[in-house]
Design a protein around this ligand. Structure first.
Ligand code: ADP
Length: 603
């Protein structure tokens, strides 16, 4: 039971108990008084009867002794009560139970004294002989002269009376007890009725404290307690709404953090890692689970980073740094450390924003390298043209033979320059995907035959056999000009890097998708494979991965002498990719190379 209810009930029960006890005592006492008063009245009446039946002879004392003793005994026989006759001076002259001569003067007895004063006296005493309480009632024989009148006294054994009184007490106590129990039960019910709404309110308050904001008070809605309940309900509702909003904000913030491309680490003013998003884990290489709540120095990271954080926490300024991390992979990270201030300009720690700039820096490096390469490639022919022109101007022009050969060189170099610039423009267009492709179905055998036709003169110069193995009726959807450009590039490379008398062959085959381990029906091919194979000098293994890079040439001198720009394969690769295809190369030095292109049939 709730302690408040317990206290209230106990208090009420004690109060009721006390009042029941008090009234019990009062009732008991009044009852006893009344009983004794009534007894006294009837004893007085009895004595008055005796008086009316008794004469008061005026003989000698001896005669009076005899007379009154006789009278007393006679009377006792009728009533069963002790009677005493006392003279005005207190001398006992007759007693129903004792010899009056042996009895002392009775003037000092309480009942006699009272009777002499008020005309009726009463006393209750313990009788020495019977060891029980007696009530003595005395009245004067002559009420007109109280102080000198003889007295008549009646004694009544109170044993019976007391038994009846104690029975009365018993009944009274029992009644009171029943009354008390009923009152206590009533008290409990009343206390319960009073405290139950309060208990419910306190229960709801407890639930709210334990974050159960959906708890509501359902008790009465009137009175002070009702108002209190309603206030609690309103408070719970507002808390619930606020919590909902906080949770919503939290999830929003979380999703923002988790989907950010930058890594975020929050460090409090004491240097503890408070929060860390997934991107930060990826770029920094340590897990949030392990380090959230720990000091930043405990995270295994670069010394410079720890230094930067320490500096940031001390200076409380925005710091920016670029650091190379080597584990687990090498990467370049741009780090921003931003100080965080809470309301009231209180320093709250720092926010570390991490961005992986490896790719950006690599691109930047590639661009500047490309510019350097281009300048270098352009400088060589320009220098040649300039040099030979100078020599001619310096007098060589007068020797027609030398002049002719120099002019030829100048022509060749400017031609090369032209090709280089053409290739560069082409590459830039293809790379930035600015070339609009016009797709159309191409029948491969006819198309390859036409291509070989174009290049056959060049091959014939080196006595190189051009071979083609293409079945009729293989179609592919492609931009015809671009596909021609791809094949021309690869074929002329084949011719270029194959010694005289060699062979360059082209084959085209459809690629069927396997279904359930079996090839699908003919005609259902999804890709075609074009192979250009030569019996040329081949490409060393170490150079294979790089030959599609811009300006990459295995043998610079040979490439240049053959008029190559080192851009052909890069252009080819981009064009193939524009067709959503792939290009690969296999080669053995001294045996030959095979370039394989796979293109989807439908774009
Ligand atoms: P280039 O204009 O120099 O030929 P490419 O981009 O076409 O430039 O080729 C890059 C380099 O790849 C060439 O310089 C050459 O070293 C090598 N290469 C290309 N095709 C072949 C081939 N069929 N056989 C041997 N080497 C080749």
């Amino acid at each position: 039971m709730n302690s408040f209810r317990f206290r209230l009930t106990t208090m009420m029960i004690v109060l009721i108990g006390l009042s029941v006890l008090a009234s019990g005592l009062f009732i008991g006492k009044t009852y006893k008084e009344n009983y004794l008063d009534n007894l006294q009245q009837s004893m007085v009446r009895e004595m008055k009867v005796v008086l009316s039946k008794t004469d008061w002879p005026s003989g000698s004392l001896e005669e009076q002794y005899a007379y009154f003793t006789n009278e007393a005994q006679r009377f006792k026989k009728v009533t069963g009560e002790r009677i005493t006759f006392i003279l005005g001076d207190g001398t006992v002259v007759g007693d129903s139970d004792h010899d009056p001569k042996s009895m002392e003067n009775h003037l000092d007895r309480n009942e006699i004294r009272m009777a002499r004063e008020t005309g009726e006296g009463r006393d209750i005493r313990l009788s020495e002989t019977t060891k029980s309480n007696f009530m003595y009632v005395a009245i004067p024989v002559d009420p007109a002269s109280l102080s000198s009148s003889p007295m008549l006294r009646l004694a009544m054994n109170l044993g019976e009376v007391e038994a009846s009184i104690s029975k009365m007490w018993m009944v009274l106590l029992l009644g009171l007890l029943v009354l008390f129990i009923i009152a206590a039960l009533l008290c409990y019910r009343i206390a319960k009725g009073l405290t139950r709404p309060l208990e419910q309110i306190s229960e709801v308050a407890k639930q709210i404290k334990n974050h159960q904001y959906e708890a509501r008070v359902t008790g009465p809605d009137k009175g002070e307690i009702g108002e209190l309940g309603q206030s609690i309900n309103a408070m719970a509702a507002s808390l619930q709404e606020q919590m909902r909003q906080i949770r919503q904000n939290e999830t929003q913030l979380e999703s923002v953090l988790e989907n950010m491309i930058n890594g975020i680490v929050m460090i409090d003013r004491d240097g503890k890692i408070v929060l860390m998003n997934q991107r930060a884990e990826e770029v920094l290489g340590f897990s949030a689970k392990e380090f959230e709540g720990r000091h930043y120095t405990e995270a295994k990271q670069q010394y410079e980073l720890a230094q930067m954080i320490q500096e940031g926490l001390e200076l409380r300024e925005h710091l920016k740094e670029e650091l190379t991390f080597y584990f687990p992979v090498e990467r370049l990270l741009e780090l921003h450390l931003v100080p965080v201030f809470h309301a009231g300009d209180e320093f709250g720690g720092a926010l570390l924003v991490v961005q992986d700039v490896s790719a950006i820096r690599r691109l930047e490096r590639m661009r500047s390298e490309f510019v350097a390469n281009v300048s270098h490639e352009l400088k060589t022919p320009v220098a040649a043209v300039k040099g030979f022109a100078e020599t001619l101007l310096g007098g060589a022009v007068n020797d027609p033979e030398i002049a002719r050969s120099f002019l030829q060189i100048i022509f060749d170099e400017s031609e090369r320059l032209n090709r280089l610039i053409g290739d560069l423009l082409e590459l830039s267009k293809v790379e930035s995907r600015r070339v609009p492709l016009h797709f159309s179905p191409i029948e491969m055998s006819g198309f390859i035959a036409k291509t070989i036709e174009v290049i056959s003169a060049e091959a014939a110069k080196k006595r190189i056999i051009l071979d083609m193995r293409v079945e009729e009726g293989i179609y592919v959807e492609a931009d015809e000009d671009r596909l021609l450009q791809i094949l021309m590039n690869l074929l002329s490379n084949g011719i270029n890097y194959t010694p005289e008398g060699g062979k360059v062959s082209v084959s085209v085959e459809p690629l069927y998708k396997k279904q359930g381990g079996r090839l699908k029906q003919e005609g259902d091919y999804e890709h075609i494979r074009i192979r250009i194979t030569d019996t040329g000098i081949g490409i060393p293994k170490k150079d294979l991965p790089r030959i599609f890079e811009r300006f990459y040439r295995v043998d610079k001198a040979r490439s240049r002498s053959s008029g190559g720009t080192g851009l052909g394969l890069s252009i080819v690769k981009h064009l193939v990719e524009l067709h959503k295809g792939t290009i690969t190369v296999e080669s053995t030095v001294g045996v030959g190379s095979t370039f394989t292109i796979e293109l989807p049939v439908l774009q």
